[in-house]
Design a protein. Structure first.
Length: 357
């Protein structure tokens, strides 16, 4: 199957986000995006030259806030959720059997209630892959002890909608807490300790009634937000920093383009992290910038004004990207990397002090 596919993780909630795209049309969908990782996901989509058409959530999550609204705001994508989820703010409410297209491909939405009323499993059109949310996990299953959970419904969902797929169909859950990434219908039918073919419905219900798990820590925040498809209560929450239009790389580094820096340079601090011989060398340096070699940055961070945005610069943007990471670890929040470094600055026709043509 010729399909662009990426599995992305959020270490805080152990959530998997899935990117699928048609390599011919470059249209893409994203399943179970996480709010805190939305800028990362958008950066990957941009770097791969894709157009995000839809975000889909397998259910109303209780352990993280969806990134659907933020990605819609950033990329123009549309939001699809189960009609049974009760979520507002979606562009489309899905029923069992509906399909969501991207390019010449599509996903089939299958209702798989049990963890919540609105749980869905999304199946690739050729039935080689399925995304099971919290209904079926790798050698496990989602909880059924809160948020409309029902063990009998889950058992029947797995039997009727997931185990009915071809044995070789690969299954991708919304979560895994042991670092496992995928399984298959055949594996789970044989080895799942809760739901294997040899286990009856009453056995499963009894098993699920005695899990004794703690309440999800984020449920009081996550569920109300996810019933709004991730839209913050205040519209500015989670948006780009307002001091300049920034981009974000897939590595998670906020960047500012040379021409943009030229427009806002009077309002920021430019910190050059090269060595002294480079500062005085052939490339020159940006007028008004301050030299703080990368090896000295941590010890000299107290010299920087936390009240003004910081732009880190070096020859090509590599060392200054690490400088951004260092300052963020030290609690600086308004900090960005100069994309392309001094080389990119000069290539944009912007002036330097010193240096040679």
């Amino acid at each position: 199957m010729n399909l662009l596919f990426r599995q992305l993780g959020d270490p805080t909630s152990s959530t998997y986000t899935y990117l699928l795209a048609d390599p011919d049309t470059r249209e893409a969908i994203l399943i179970d995006p996480v709010f805190d990782q939305a800028l990362r996901d958008a950066a990957l989509i941009e770097e791969l030259g894709l157009e995000l058409r839809w975000t889909l959530d397998t259910h109303v999550h209780a352990d993280h806030v969806t990134g659907a609204w933020l990605l819609k705001h950033r990329t123009g994508s549309r939001i699809a959720v189960s009609a049974a989820s009760g979520a507002s703010g979606a562009d489309r409410h899905l029923a069992h059997g509906d399909t969501v297209g991207f390019g010449s491909r599509h996903l089939e939405a299958r209702a798989t209630p049990g963890h919540t009323n609105g749980c869905m499993t999304f199946v690739v059109g050729d039935r080689t892959m399925a995304f099971t949310g919290d209904c079926l996990l790798i050698r496990g299953s989602g909880r059924t002890d809160f948020q409309q959970g029902d063990a009998r419904s889950m058992y029947r969902s797995v039997r009727g909608q997931i185990f009915s797929l071809p044995p070789e169909c690969l299954l991708y859950p919304a979560h895994d807490y042991r670092g496992l990434t995928a399984t298959s219908v055949a594996e789970e039918r044989r080895f799942n300790p809760r739901l294997a073919d040899s286990i009856g419905e009453d056995d499963f219900v009894g098993y699920m009634s005695h899990l004794g798990l703690p309440h999800p820590k984020q449920i009081d925040v996550a569920v109300p937000a996810n019933l709004r498809c991730g839209r913050p209560e205040t519209m500015q929450e989670g948006l780009e920093q307002s001091w300049a239009p920034l981009t974000v790389t897939f590595a998670g580094i906020r960047e500012i383009q040379p021409q943009v820096l030229g427009d806002v340079i009077a309002r920021v601090q430019v910190i050059d992290v090269r060595e002294l011989d480079e500062w005085d060398g052939s490339l020159g340096h940006i007028a008004g910038s301050t030299l703080v070699p990368l090896g000295q940055l941590s010890s000299r961070a107290g010299e920087l004004d936390r009240g003004r945005p910081l732009v880190m610069a070096c020859r090509s943007g590599a060392r200054s990207a690490q400088a951004v990471v260092i300052l963020q670890r030290l609690g600086f929040t308004q900090v960005a990397n100069l994309a392309g470094g001094i080389i990119g600055w000069r290539a944009s026709g912007l002036a330097v002090e010193g240096g040679r043509e």
